[in-house]
Design a protein around this ligand. Sequence first.
Ligand SMILES: C[S@@+](CC[C@H](N)C(=O)[O-])C[C@H]1O[C@@H](n2cnc3c(N)ncnc32)[C@H](O)[C@@H]1O
Length: 280
Amino acid sequence: MPHPELSVVLEKERELMNFYAPLYRKLPLFNSLNYQEGRKTFVRWVLGKLAADGRDPRQLKILEVGVSSGDVLELLAHAGCANLTGLDIAENMVDETRRRVPQARVIQGSIERHDFKGEQFDAVIATFTLHHMHQAQPFFDLVNRVLAPGGRFFIGEYNADGWANNPFSRPIVEALAAPGRRLFKIKNRKVLAAQGKLPLLFNPAHRLLRWQEIRSAIPNPDAYGIERETLGLFTLAYNFALVPSSRVDHAFYRVLCWIDGIVKPFRAGGYQCITGLRKR
Ligand SMILES: C[S@@+](CC[C@H](N)C(=O)[O-])C[C@H]1O[C@@H](n2cnc3c(N)ncnc32)[C@H](O)[C@@H]1O
């Protein structure tokens, strides 16, 4: 199938995300226990990396692209980061973020086309956004334009090669998780039913990305010190069975994290966290 045109993808993404915006924080599709905890882990990792560079994240100028309803910006604000900017193509998402993170500057625009007019940032973040894009390269073109030397980009994405995602191992992971999933779905049936269901709609370019695809989208990889790790194997397999309101589910989630930690060296996780330190 030919790759859809950029304008078609951007318009569809804007339309769909405007539709999802009022419910973004309530929908398990975007805000399951797994996603909520995953974002906290991601933000801890971002803050840890910046601190390890000898920088105080609270003093840094941080840009997040594809902010949606500001979940990641809000966690950064709670951690004391005061200079926050968000960008999103969907105006309803921009409104949500402005309401929830009033101290942040939030701009409506696309990663591909928004002109920051020479403005520089110390960190550029994209979580679960690259796989919604027409192509990944414009994210790195933006990073090349706006990231100051010594700054870092951070990406949180699905990992198409992860054992819970790729078509060969996925059935095995799902079969192993199935009995427990069933029990939690029975236990949580009332909460899950109350969450309701919306159709799963994506723009025509939406797809999970492999690490090689992301890496080859960086026009100048030598300009960055790049690191990558993966996480989330069984936590992903249990994604929509656990609910944030249950302490039992939180405790079980921690057990799943511990199991996922054992397979971490295999880079088997369903999510990939990628960072690049700008050398020049
Ligand atoms: C799945 S959401 C992820 C959001 C958020 N970072 C999170 O972790 O929940 C992707 C967001 O990126 C935005 N987006 C997708 N493509 C974009 C583009 N090319 N330029 C700007 N925003 C974009 C969408 O409107 C949507 O709000």
